[in-house]
Design a binder for this molecule. Structure first.
Ligand code: 13P
Length: 344
């Protein structure tokens, strides 16, 4: 394990003013996104769409790293056939790779999931390193529901798997993004999200420490503390920001260089406003940086603008650039709602 390299990669990923683009949708998930715009999910179309995002002029001002799916790590730019990992290297953007094999039903625990993908991971990581990946992602999913969900078992097995993955990554000099996602789906209150997330994050750090993961060489990718999507009372921006910081302060050790949030189904504007508020109100009192690692909140408007048509690529790139820029500003607490209206 090269601790110096891990530390420097992790710090670069969460540097102020920049964040991570999650473009690692598996082919089935990409299929669903494409279906929503009436585009067939072929390998070529996925290549064209990812190329559109990655070749957006100036995106490297706000994007420190990009999470790729296995297929994309092996694809190339449309214009001149440069392999994507090399393309990113030339641009000063760090290429990363999703290595989990998805969240599957947890046996004997109806309604709960555990993430698979540990078998053979050591060999896959060695290959990914050779292909240029310098960080990885593993997403654990915690559902809030009736009948005692999440169970302690679900929280435990997911935390255990995250730590096993993280240790294997570091052995291969790859920075693990540790992603425990407490889902927004449901009618639960923000209090419940607060309590469950605190328990889940605490358990993750307990497992990371037991399994001797080097905390200076990870990036935490947590959910924010929000009201369930179906909850009749929706917490405001300030409450989400304050509660999220409260939970992180209670669970995340100082050595961790940064937290890069997932957007998890929040609207584009909320995802940006929440991150900005946390940095405006709390950045100075925090030991770690707070930034973004958004998928949908960075891509949704670009995807719709594109709709599979070549002539829409410039407009789609503008839409992506705008979200990247606004979130980059939010990671420094310099975003304001007025920017949205100016752009509109
Ligand atoms: P969302 O921002 O769309 O939640 O995706 C982030 C991600 O990478 C989930 O694993």
């Amino acid at each position: 394990m090269n601790k110096e390299q891990l530390r420097s990669t992790a710090n670069a990923m969460v540097q102020k003013g920049k964040g991570i683009l999650a473009a690692d949708e598996s082919s089935p998930t990409c299929g669903k996104r494409f279906e929503s715009i009436g585009v067939e999910s072929t390998e070529r179309n996925r290549n064209i769409y990812r190329d559109l995002l990655f070749t957006t002029s100036g995106m490297e001002e706000y994007i420190s790293g990009v999470i790729l799916f296995d297929e994309t790590l092996r694809q190339s730019t449309i214009a001149d056939g440069t392999a994507f990992p090399q393309y990113f290297k030339n641009l000063g953007v760090i290429p990363g790779i999703k290595v989990d094999k998805g969240a599957k039903e947890l046996a004997s625990h109806s309604g709960e999931k555990v993430t698979e993908g540990l078998d053979g991971l050591r060999d896959r990581l060695a290959e990914y390193y050779k292909l240029g990946a310098r960080f990885a992602k593993w997403r654990a999913v915690i559902t809030i529901g009736d009948g005692g969900i999440p169970t302690e078992t679900c929280i435990h097995v997911n935390a255990h798997a995250l730590a096993r993955y993280a240790a294997l990554c570091q052995e291969a000099d790859i920075v693990p993004i540790v992603e425990p996602e407490v889902l927004m789906d449901g009618t639960h209150s923000i209090d419940t999200c607060h309590e469950v997330s605190q328990r889940a994050f605490a358990r993750v750090f307990d497992e990371l420490s037991r399994q001797r993961v080097f905390l200076e060489g990870i990036v935490l990718k947590p959910n924010m503390i929000v009201s369930g999507i179906g909850c009749s009372e929706q917490a405001g921006v300030k409450e989400v920001a304050d509660r999220t910081v409260e939970v992180l302060k209670a669970t995340v050790p100082d050595e961790v260089p940064g937290c890069a949030f997932l957007s998890g189904g929040q609207t584009n504007e909320n995802a940006t406003a929440h991150l900005n508020m946390m940095n405006v109100e709390h950045a100075e009192s925090l030991p770690w940086n707070l930034t973004f690692s958004y998928g949908r909140a960075l891509q949704a408007s670009a995807l719709t603008s594109w709709s599979g048509k070549d002539e829409n690529i410039p407009t789609a790139q503008e839409a992506f650039f705008q979200r990247a820029k606004f979130n980059g500003l939010a990671s420094k607490g310099s975003y304001s709602q007025e920017l949205e209206s100016e752009m509109a």
